[in-house]
Design a protein. Structure first.
Length: 244
Protein backbone atom coordinates (compact mmCIF):
# COMPACT_ATOMS: atom_id res chain seq x y z
CA UNK A 1 0.00 0.00 0.00
CA UNK A 2 2.84 2.39 0.84
CA UNK A 3 4.40 1.85 -2.60
CA UNK A 4 1.06 2.69 -4.26
CA UNK A 5 0.72 5.89 -2.22
CA UNK A 6 4.31 6.87 -3.00
CA UNK A 7 3.72 6.27 -6.69
CA UNK A 8 0.57 8.34 -6.57
CA UNK A 9 2.43 11.16 -4.85
CA UNK A 10 5.12 10.93 -7.50
CA UNK A 11 2.70 11.38 -10.38
CA UNK A 12 0.81 14.03 -8.45
CA UNK A 13 4.00 16.05 -8.07
CA UNK A 14 4.88 15.68 -11.74
CA UNK A 15 1.37 16.67 -12.81
CA UNK A 16 1.30 19.68 -10.51
CA UNK A 17 4.65 20.94 -11.87
CA UNK A 18 4.07 19.93 -15.48
CA UNK A 19 4.30 23.55 -16.61
CA UNK A 20 7.77 24.02 -15.08
CA UNK A 21 8.99 20.73 -16.57
CA UNK A 22 7.79 21.67 -20.05
CA UNK A 23 9.19 25.19 -19.71
CA UNK A 24 12.69 24.03 -18.75
CA UNK A 25 12.69 21.42 -21.53
CA UNK A 26 11.60 23.89 -24.22
CA UNK A 27 14.04 26.51 -22.92
CA UNK A 28 16.95 24.04 -23.02
CA UNK A 29 16.08 22.96 -26.58
CA UNK A 30 15.79 26.59 -27.70
CA UNK A 31 19.15 27.55 -26.20
CA UNK A 32 20.90 24.52 -27.71
CA UNK A 33 19.40 25.22 -31.12
CA UNK A 34 20.33 28.91 -31.01
CA UNK A 35 23.90 28.15 -29.97
CA UNK A 36 24.29 25.42 -32.61
CA UNK A 37 22.93 27.48 -35.49
CA UNK A 38 24.11 30.97 -34.57
CA UNK A 39 27.28 30.76 -32.49
CA UNK A 40 29.14 27.53 -33.28
CA UNK A 41 31.34 27.59 -36.39
CA UNK A 42 30.67 24.71 -38.83
CA UNK A 43 33.55 22.27 -39.25
CA UNK A 44 33.97 20.23 -42.44
CA UNK A 45 35.78 16.93 -42.89
CA UNK A 46 37.54 15.35 -45.83
CA UNK A 47 40.07 12.56 -46.24
CA UNK A 48 42.55 10.95 -48.58
CA UNK A 49 43.71 7.35 -48.62
CA UNK A 50 47.33 6.20 -48.84
CA UNK A 51 48.23 2.64 -49.87
CA UNK A 52 51.24 1.00 -48.27
CA UNK A 53 52.41 -1.80 -50.56
CA UNK A 54 55.79 -3.21 -51.59
CA UNK A 55 56.62 -3.47 -55.27
CA UNK A 56 56.41 -7.05 -56.44
CA UNK A 57 60.04 -7.42 -57.42
CA UNK A 58 60.71 -10.59 -55.48
CA UNK A 59 59.41 -14.10 -55.75
CA UNK A 60 55.74 -14.65 -55.09
CA UNK A 61 56.44 -16.73 -51.98
CA UNK A 62 57.68 -13.59 -50.22
CA UNK A 63 54.46 -11.66 -50.79
CA UNK A 64 52.94 -12.48 -47.38
CA UNK A 65 56.16 -11.47 -45.67
CA UNK A 66 56.13 -8.15 -47.49
CA UNK A 67 52.54 -7.50 -46.41
CA UNK A 68 53.42 -8.14 -42.76
CA UNK A 69 56.34 -5.75 -43.09
CA UNK A 70 54.06 -3.08 -44.52
CA UNK A 71 51.57 -3.53 -41.69
CA UNK A 72 54.32 -3.10 -39.13
CA UNK A 73 55.44 0.12 -40.82
CA UNK A 74 51.98 1.69 -40.83
CA UNK A 75 52.19 2.84 -37.19
CA UNK A 76 55.53 4.48 -38.01
CA UNK A 77 54.03 6.12 -41.08
CA UNK A 78 51.13 7.48 -39.01
CA UNK A 79 53.60 9.28 -36.76
CA UNK A 80 55.65 10.59 -39.68
CA UNK A 81 52.59 12.05 -41.43
CA UNK A 82 51.86 14.30 -38.42
CA UNK A 83 55.49 15.17 -37.76
CA UNK A 84 56.87 18.72 -38.28
CA UNK A 85 59.09 17.32 -41.07
CA UNK A 86 55.95 16.81 -43.18
CA UNK A 87 53.62 19.49 -41.84
CA UNK A 88 56.14 22.32 -42.12
CA UNK A 89 56.33 21.64 -45.84
CA UNK A 90 52.55 21.55 -46.09
CA UNK A 91 52.32 24.93 -44.36
CA UNK A 92 54.98 26.37 -46.65
CA UNK A 93 53.38 25.08 -49.86
CA UNK A 94 49.90 26.28 -48.90
CA UNK A 95 51.03 29.51 -47.19
CA UNK A 96 49.01 28.62 -44.11
CA UNK A 97 48.94 31.08 -41.23
CA UNK A 98 49.40 28.47 -38.51
CA UNK A 99 52.07 26.43 -36.78
CA UNK A 100 52.75 22.72 -37.18
CA UNK A 101 51.18 22.13 -33.77
CA UNK A 102 47.98 23.87 -34.83
CA UNK A 103 47.89 21.93 -38.10
CA UNK A 104 48.37 18.68 -36.20
CA UNK A 105 45.08 19.32 -34.35
CA UNK A 106 43.25 19.33 -37.69
CA UNK A 107 44.69 16.01 -38.92
CA UNK A 108 43.78 12.49 -37.83
CA UNK A 109 45.56 9.41 -39.18
CA UNK A 110 43.88 6.03 -38.82
CA UNK A 111 43.74 2.63 -40.44
CA UNK A 112 41.52 -0.43 -40.23
CA UNK A 113 42.91 -3.50 -38.50
CA UNK A 114 45.24 -5.52 -40.76
CA UNK A 115 44.66 -3.03 -43.57
CA UNK A 116 47.36 -1.55 -45.79
CA UNK A 117 45.31 1.60 -46.37
CA UNK A 118 46.02 4.67 -44.24
CA UNK A 119 43.32 7.34 -43.98
CA UNK A 120 44.42 10.94 -43.55
CA UNK A 121 41.37 12.80 -42.23
CA UNK A 122 41.35 16.60 -42.06
CA UNK A 123 38.83 18.85 -40.33
CA UNK A 124 38.68 22.55 -41.10
CA UNK A 125 36.21 25.41 -41.08
CA UNK A 126 36.74 25.79 -44.83
CA UNK A 127 35.76 22.64 -46.81
CA UNK A 128 38.04 23.56 -49.73
CA UNK A 129 40.99 24.04 -47.42
CA UNK A 130 40.30 20.69 -45.74
CA UNK A 131 40.56 19.00 -49.15
CA UNK A 132 43.76 20.85 -50.02
CA UNK A 133 45.42 20.08 -46.68
CA UNK A 134 44.59 16.37 -47.00
CA UNK A 135 45.94 16.10 -50.55
CA UNK A 136 49.05 18.20 -49.90
CA UNK A 137 49.89 16.21 -46.78
CA UNK A 138 49.57 12.93 -48.69
CA UNK A 139 51.71 14.19 -51.56
CA UNK A 140 54.46 15.52 -49.30
CA UNK A 141 54.50 12.29 -47.33
CA UNK A 142 54.64 10.17 -50.48
CA UNK A 143 57.65 12.14 -51.74
CA UNK A 144 59.58 12.37 -48.46
CA UNK A 145 59.05 8.87 -47.09
CA UNK A 146 61.38 7.48 -49.77
CA UNK A 147 64.30 9.42 -48.29
CA UNK A 148 63.22 9.20 -44.64
CA UNK A 149 62.63 5.42 -44.60
CA UNK A 150 64.60 4.39 -47.71
CA UNK A 151 61.53 2.59 -49.06
CA UNK A 152 59.26 2.97 -52.05
CA UNK A 153 56.04 1.38 -50.89
CA UNK A 154 53.68 4.34 -50.56
CA UNK A 155 51.20 5.63 -53.14
CA UNK A 156 48.07 7.77 -53.01
CA UNK A 157 45.09 5.47 -53.43
CA UNK A 158 42.24 7.98 -53.29
CA UNK A 159 42.75 11.76 -53.13
CA UNK A 160 40.31 14.02 -51.28
CA UNK A 161 37.58 15.55 -53.42
CA UNK A 162 35.48 18.63 -52.70
CA UNK A 163 31.78 17.77 -52.84
CA UNK A 164 29.26 20.01 -54.54
CA UNK A 165 27.31 20.66 -51.32
CA UNK A 166 29.55 19.71 -48.39
CA UNK A 167 27.83 19.17 -45.06
CA UNK A 168 29.54 20.07 -41.78
CA UNK A 169 30.32 17.29 -39.33
CA UNK A 170 30.20 19.73 -36.43
CA UNK A 171 28.11 21.01 -34.84
CA UNK A 172 25.21 18.55 -34.99
CA UNK A 173 22.18 20.70 -34.08
CA UNK A 174 19.75 17.76 -33.90
CA UNK A 175 22.00 15.83 -31.51
CA UNK A 176 22.68 18.92 -29.42
CA UNK A 177 18.97 19.70 -29.14
CA UNK A 178 18.16 16.09 -28.23
CA UNK A 179 20.76 16.13 -25.45
CA UNK A 180 19.45 19.51 -24.29
CA UNK A 181 15.92 18.10 -24.17
CA UNK A 182 17.01 15.29 -21.86
CA UNK A 183 18.97 17.70 -19.65
CA UNK A 184 16.07 20.17 -19.55
CA UNK A 185 13.61 17.39 -18.68
CA UNK A 186 15.82 16.15 -15.85
CA UNK A 187 16.29 19.70 -14.58
CA UNK A 188 12.55 20.33 -14.66
CA UNK A 189 11.81 17.13 -12.75
CA UNK A 190 14.50 18.03 -10.21
CA UNK A 191 12.99 21.48 -9.69
CA UNK A 192 9.53 19.93 -9.31
CA UNK A 193 10.61 17.59 -6.53
CA UNK A 194 12.68 20.31 -4.88
CA UNK A 195 9.63 22.60 -4.75
CA UNK A 196 7.56 19.79 -3.32
CA UNK A 197 10.20 19.06 -0.70
CA UNK A 198 10.53 22.70 0.38
CA UNK A 199 6.78 23.35 0.39
CA UNK A 200 5.62 22.71 4.00
CA UNK A 201 2.27 24.50 3.74
CA UNK A 202 -1.00 22.65 4.30
CA UNK A 203 -3.43 23.15 1.46
CA UNK A 204 -6.01 20.38 1.86
CA UNK A 205 -7.80 18.52 4.66
CA UNK A 206 -5.75 15.43 3.81
CA UNK A 207 -2.52 17.41 4.34
CA UNK A 208 -3.64 18.28 7.88
CA UNK A 209 -4.37 14.66 8.75
CA UNK A 210 -1.11 13.43 7.22
CA UNK A 211 1.14 16.04 8.84
CA UNK A 212 -0.50 16.36 12.28
CA UNK A 213 -1.58 12.74 12.54
CA UNK A 214 -5.02 13.64 13.98
CA UNK A 215 -8.47 13.12 12.50
CA UNK A 216 -10.25 16.09 10.98
CA UNK A 217 -13.34 17.09 13.02
CA UNK A 218 -14.77 19.80 10.84
CA UNK A 219 -14.22 22.33 8.09
CA UNK A 220 -15.01 26.03 8.18
CA UNK A 221 -16.71 27.04 5.00
CA UNK A 222 -15.44 30.12 3.17
CA UNK A 223 -17.14 33.30 4.38
CA UNK A 224 -18.61 35.33 1.57
CA UNK A 225 -18.46 39.10 1.53
CA UNK A 226 -21.18 40.76 3.62
CA UNK A 227 -24.15 41.70 1.50
CA UNK A 228 -25.25 45.34 1.50
CA UNK A 229 -28.19 45.85 3.98
CA UNK A 230 -31.48 47.03 2.50
CA UNK A 231 -33.28 49.85 4.38
CA UNK A 232 -36.21 48.64 6.55
CA UNK A 233 -39.76 50.02 6.51
CA UNK A 234 -39.31 52.03 9.75
CA UNK A 235 -36.14 53.55 8.40
CA UNK A 236 -37.95 54.65 5.26
CA UNK A 237 -40.73 56.27 7.36
CA UNK A 238 -38.26 58.22 9.50
CA UNK A 239 -36.51 59.40 6.41
CA UNK A 240 -39.82 60.54 4.89
CA UNK A 241 -40.81 62.45 8.07
CA UNK A 242 -37.47 64.17 8.18
CA UNK A 243 -37.75 65.26 4.57
CA UNK A 244 -41.30 66.44 5.17
Amino acid sequence: MEETISLQDLFKTLKKNLGIILLTTILAITIAGAVSFLFLTPVYENSTQILVNQEQSEASQLTNQNIQTDLQLINTYSVIIKSPAILDQVIEQMNLDMSAEELTQKITVNTAENSQVVNVVVRDEDPAQAVEIANTTAQVFENDVKELMNVDNVSILSPAVLKANPSPVEPNPILNMAIAAVVGLMLGVGIAFLREYLDTSMKTEQDIEDILGVPLLGVISPIKEKAELQPTTSTRRKAAQTNG
